[in-house]
Ligand binder design. Structure first.
Ligand SMILES: Nc1ncnc2c1ncn2[C@@H]1O[C@H](COP(=O)(O)OP(=O)(O)O)[C@@H](O)[C@H]1O
Ligand SMILES: [Mg+2]
Length: 327
């Protein structure tokens, strides 16, 4: 079954809500409300066109006039700013800065490369600049491949993805919104982006701004672990669950629990009924099935464990046949 229908698209958007005015707000980063997005930001980035919008932000292609002035033949960057709804919120600058600070720490060839965080003084718009990526997002790829990817292609996406997230976790950075729309297949390989809902692992990376989940709730319904929907703080296990959904979807073309979110799937114990997708080698299935456990206590695998399973060589029938007989 292919559940990637237009009606399901809304469930793939990040659900993002600021708490009511009754909840105390963080100190205001700026006294003035933000203005309309100007054509020139920071005195040097000329907005050329919209590349994409997500639950929180809008990403534009912009020309860096400074680079151009110095003769750079490729002066284009991607420029991310918060959507108008989010940009007016008192925490808006801290939200974007948190994304910048977390992404900047995860220096990895499969994580988008960051340039700068700035606030345009005239409009009071905060924005980040990052490498301009070209290629389909995994969402777009899945739309074109409704039956999922064969193992050789799946592996070429899964291994870099798991390497990037394992690296981020080893540095104490959690992504918080792993899903096909936050991954892009560039000409030189996969890129993970959008650490906008990321967090530092509790007790690590002191000094980084932390999203206060009492003031904002944010998740993507189809990839959020049940414990997040229950109100638990983000932890590495929730990234593992989202990766499980993503990998299952890449190999089968369908989300493991269809249109249900993790809490609805838990009510019916659907994780006990999952079948191995045909494109997935048998040696990867125990790891993937464990990552998809709806109860975090049963989810006894980390990203490094998933990576080890997906990296392990596939046993060919010839090798199995040639295995020496004991005795
Ligand atoms: N560096 C980039 N280069 C090109 N396009 C990008 C880049 N970053 C994001 N995009 C596009 O913009 C969309 C929204 O970006 P994202 O960072 O996910 O915003 P949000 O936080 O609102 O989800 C992406 O799905 C993608 O299509
Ligand atoms: Mg996004």
């Amino acid at each position: 079954m292919n559940d990637r229908l237009p009606a399901a698209a809304a469930a793939n958007l990040t659900y993002f809500a600021f708490a009511s005015a009754a909840t105390p707000a963080a100190p205001r980063g700026t006294a003035r409300p933000v203005g309309a997005l100007p054509e020139l930001l920071g005195g040097r980035y000329r907005i050329e066109r919209l590349l994409g919008v997500g639950g929180m932000g809008a990403v534009y292609r912009a020309r860096d006039l400074l680079r151009e002035q110095f003769g750079d033949p490729e002066p284009w960057v991607a420029l991310k700013t918060l959507s108008d709804d989010c940009a007016d919120y008192p925490d808006a600058h801290a939200l974007l800065y948190s994304e910048f600070a977390l992404t900047a720490r995860v220096n990895h060839r499969h994580v988008v490369r960051l340039f700068n965080f700035e606030v345009d003084s005239a409009s009071q718009r905060a924005f980040i600049t990052l490498e301009l990526l070209k290629g389909p997002t995994l969402d777009q790829l899945l739309d074109e491949r409704p039956g999922g990817l064969p193992w050789a292609e799946l592996r070429d996406i899964a291994v870099p993805l798991l390497e990037a997230v394992a690296h981020a976790h080893s540095l104490g950075v959690l992504h918080g919104d792993l899903k096909p729309g936050n991954l892009l297949l560039a000409a030189d390989g996969l890129r993970l982006f959008d650490f906008g809902l990321g967090q530092a692992v509790a007790g690590r990376l002191p000094g980084l701004p932390r999203l206060c989940r009492e003031r904002i709730t944010a998740w993507t319904p189809r990839y959020a672990a049940a414990e997040l929907l229950d109100g638990a703080p983000l932890a590495a296990a929730a990234d593992v669950y989202a990766l499980g959904c993503l990998l299952f979807e890449l190999c089968s073309g369908s989300h493991p629990f269809g249109r249900l979110d993790a809490r609805q799937a838990r009510e019916q114990a659907l994780d006990c009924q999952l079948q191995r997708p045909a494109n997935l080698p048998t040696h990867c299935w125990p790891a993937l099935r464990t990552a998809l456990a709806l109860d975090p206590i049963q989810r006894r695998i980390d990203v490094a464990g998933l990576l080890a399973a997906f990296r392990a060589p596939t046993q060919s029938w010839l090798r199995r046949w040639l295995r020496p007989v004991p005795g």
